[in-house]
Design a protein around this ligand. Structure first.
Ligand code: 4GX
Length: 222
């Protein structure tokens, strides 16, 4: 799967070179191409933003730089273009699954007070928010989106079926334990040491249900 990211801060995406996503990139299971919008400034000072028409605080990203950066992307006829914004549809696991069926995502990250509306209207297919809070830019939301979507690509995570996990089945996960058997005087639940796989499955199902009811009763209602 291919991700193109349009951003003023490509170095922020170094965070995706570690751990599972880093390994997925090395194995070419996913490809993340970072496009620095500043490279498309025509200004001698590499200016990419300007004051808002109508006045007010802050700066707005110029439409021409964003558009030229977008146009530099090759083979984008079948790509879906996403703008990370608090005004977008809230990201959830269902939306993640839907996006994972795409072969090519282009993600636009705004900074400052956002991007000139004309280029958003021209190139964006879908606006997505990662939650109702305000960040300084769309880069961290883009990384949240890439991380959650990349996991669905074959070979990225080593798990029998990603569809069986938390949220995919509408439930939280059961608690996990590892060695030692006794930690600070607290024993691992006895059933997990029994080797009785049916009992273990049953215990885990019940715990998942209990914990979902306790912590996120809204999920079990769904
Ligand atoms: N989920 N941000 C976008 C620029 C901006 C400002 C105003 C539109 C209007 C966010 C989020 C988020 C911060 C990204 C502001 N865009 N993105 N940026 N929450 O807070 O996705």
């Amino acid at each position: 799967m291919n991700f193109d990211v349009l951003t003023l801060f490509p170095e922020m995406f170094d965070a995706l070179n570690s751990s599972i996503i880093g390994r997925a990139k090395e194995k070419n299971l996913i490809n993340i191409n970072l496009i620095n919008i500043r490279d498309f400034s025509k200004d001698k000072h590499k200016k990419v933003d300007d004051t808002p028409y109508g006045g007010g605080a802050g700066m707005v990203m110029k439409p021409d730089c964003v558009y030229d950066a977008f146009c530099s992307i090759e083979n984008k006829d079948n790509a879906k273009v996403i703008y990370m914004s608090p005004q977008g549809k809230k990201l959830d696991q269902k939306k993640v699954e839907e996006l994972a069926n795409e072969e090519h995502l282009i993600i636009l990250c705004g900074h400052y007070e956002g991007i000139d509306q004309r280029v958003i209207d021209k190139i964006v297919d879908e606006e997505i928010s990662i939650g109702d809070y305000v960040l300084t830019g769309g880069e961290i939301p883009a990384m949240v989106l890439i991380d959650s979507v990349a996991r669905y690509n074959d070979g990225v995570i080593d798990r029998e079926s990603i569809k069986e996990e938390s949220f995919a089945n509408g439930m939280l996960e059961y608690p996990q334990y590892t060695r030692p058997e006794v930690f600070e005087g607290v024993r691992v639940p006895e059933v997990l040491l029994s080797g009785h796989h049916e009992n273990i499955e049953k215990w885990r199902r019940e715990e998942a249900f209990r914990i979902t009811n306790l912590k996120r009763p809204d999920l079990n209602k769904k």
